[in-house]
Design a binder for this molecule. Structure first.
Ligand code: PAF
Length: 281
């Protein structure tokens, strides 16, 4: 596996592969790999001749006071794990090269970025869409693989690719969970022992909502109330949002009908966790 830092070297390697007729899959990440990332890499490995994993803690998607500085990093371990998954290239650009002085071009996927995480993290999805578009331009992939834990992000990237005619297949990988159901996330490493016990409340609440729907309950208000009560019964939890709605357009429903997504963001101590589940597929 090659590790590349410079943008021109990455572009050259991708261009060479394409000239040889090889297909490329990109897995965009911010590093500190866990089993969820490795599953994305394995999916990419089965879909293309060459796999690039980008590792870049993107400053433009962090707001003031967020965790950019303390975001966990371990490049040596990440490189070892990526190599073990058969990744061909780990692309780790610098923030200085990604955002040259005078940088002022942004991609904003407007309506889809407004609610859910976009409401409490203004500018976040503008940073995500912009860096992903840059990574697409640099690595020229045929396929890019994203996890479904960041459901809104996935929808935004799908929309961007469609709206801007980017010839890239976006593949979604199901959420990878710990044995007790907690969705894997690099940010889980922030949790204390006690917070880790509370963190499982998100998954439990999603499962509780799924059971309610299976029992014939349709009222969004009743489901959201049950989810809220379950999460708040755990120590150190504070709800950012509970969204029940259409998984395509991310519009809220009053009642469960057709495909229905339940998505959550919850503060557990100082750590903001997200999770989601399709209540009706
Ligand atoms: O999901 C992430 O890790 C990031 O938002 C992404 C897609 C790598 C963009 O920085």
């Amino acid at each position: 596996m090659e590790t590349i830092n410079s943008i021109s070297n990455m572009t050259e390697l991708s261009a060479n592969w394409r000239r040889e007729g090889l297909s490329i899959a990109l897995v965009p990440t911010m590093g500190y790999f866990h089993e969820g990332h490795l599953a994305l890499m394995r999916m990419a490995r089965t879909e293309a001749d060459r796999v690039v994993v980008s590792l870049f803690v993107n400053p433009s998607q962090f707001g003031p006071g967020e965790d950019l500085e303390r975001y966990p990093r371990d490049l040596e371990r990440d490189a070892r794990l990526a190599r073990d998954q058969g990744v061909d290239c780990l692309f780790c650009p610098s923030a200085e090269e990604m955002y040259l002085p005078g940088f002022q071009t942004w991609i904003s996927v407007e309506r889809l970025s407004q609610g859910l995480c976009g409401a409490s993290r203004p500018g976040h999805f503008r940073g995500v869409a912009t860096v992903v578009a840059k990574l697409f331009n640099i690595t020229c992939p045929d396929i890019a693989v994203f996890g479904q834990k960041d459901f809104q992000q996935l929808r935004i990237i799908q929309r961007m690719v469609k709206d801007l005619n980017m010839p890239i297949d976006i593949m979604a990988h199901p959420i990878v969970r710990e044995p007790d159901g907690l969705a894997m996330s690099s940010r889980n490493s922030y949790l204390s022992k006690e917070e880790r016990r509370s963190a499982v409340s998100l998954y439990q609440a999603l499962m509780r909502a799924k059971e309610m729907v299976a029992d014939g309950i349709r009222s969004g208000q009743d489901i959201i109330q049950a989810v809220r009560e379950h999460i708040l019964s755990y120590a150190n939890t504070e709800i950012d949002y509970i969204f029940l709605g259409d998984p395509e357009e991310l519009k809220e429903y009053r009642e469960v009908h057709g495909k229905t997504l339940l998505a959550l963001a919850v503060w557990v101590g100082e750590t903001r966790l997200i999770d989601n589940m399709l209540l009706v597929q």
